[in-house]
Design a protein around this ligand. Structure first.
Ligand SMILES: Cc1cc2nc3c(=O)[nH]c(=O)nc-3n(C[C@H](O)[C@H](O)[C@H](O)COP(=O)(O)O)c2cc1C
Length: 220
């Protein structure tokens, strides 16, 4: 393996990053075992605080379990709709499809075992949440690897965390970080669905980059 990347390889990486999408519409085709294995290996190569590797991946194929998670989504989604006060926003929210739990051939719960390597995890004590951040990095690796394979992932956070932890029988000290729906998408949209439907647009990067101190915009 060469330790540099050619211009062409760099372009592929940036194209992949831009082409990744959160997917909620899935075809019924199964995800091949070997592709799934590669996606999980990509996750496992993520950086982690103190090389803790705090993640586990629960592959969910049982219709019964998916059904229970879907019920949790429906309740949470209803609650979230009530939180919105503006009628226009409420109307738009109602139109959004925010999960693909039943359609996706596999769901994966990604967890963080906060007790792994306890009591001393190199580098974690000053920032205790770094094990959760590490798990998110594994998820991003999965998301990108899946996109390279033509497979879509949708992250569903509109669920009751405690309820889902019980459904999946997570032991004490193991946190649910992400509930993911995985499968072949009906399409990879060019833009985020929330942008396409007018919920929110991408912020201009130049308004987000500061120099030395908060609020001091960096001029490019
Ligand atoms: C932590 C996290 C939680 C998310 N939860 C949901 C969700 O519950 N339902 C949903 O439809 N999308 C969810 N998303 C997807 C975001 O809406 C999506 O990433 C964002 O709109 C940008 O679109 P893109 O991922 O296609 O670029 C979540 C994404 C992240 C990172």
């Amino acid at each position: 393996m060469s330790d540099t990347f050619s211009k062409q390889e760099q372009e592929v990486i940036y194209r992949l990053i831009r082409a990744r999408r959160d997917i909620r519409h899935f075809a019924s085709d199964p995800v091949p075992e070997d592709a799934l294995q590669r996606i999980l290996e990509a996750a496992h190569y993520a950086p982690s605080v103190g090389f803790m590797q705090p993640w586990n991946f629960i592959l969910i194929t049982s219709q019964e379990i998916k059904q229970k998670i879907k019920a949790s989504f429906e309740e949470t989604n209803r609650e979230q709709l009530q939180v919105l006060s503006e009628d226009e926003r409420k109307e738009l929210y109602r139109k959004l499809k925010l999960e693909g739990i039943m359609e996706a051939p596999i769901n994966i719960a990604v967890t963080c075992d906060r007790n792994r390597d306890a009591p001393f995890v190199l580098g974690r004590s000053p920032m205790p949440e770094t094990d959760l951040y590490s798990t998110c990095l594994a998820i991003q690796n999965m998301w990108l690897a899946a996109r390279a394979e033509g497979i879509g992932i949708g992250w569903v956070s509109l669920i009751n965390q405690q309820e889902v932890k019980q459904i999946l029988r997570l032991p004490a000290g193991v946190e649910l970080v992400a509930y993911l729906c995985i499968g072949y998408p009906t399409q990879f949209p060019k833009k985020p669905m929330l942008e396409e439907l007018g919920w929110k647009s991408r912020l201009p990067l130049k308004t987000l980059v500061y120099e030395n101190q908060w609020g001091q915009l960096k001029t490019f």
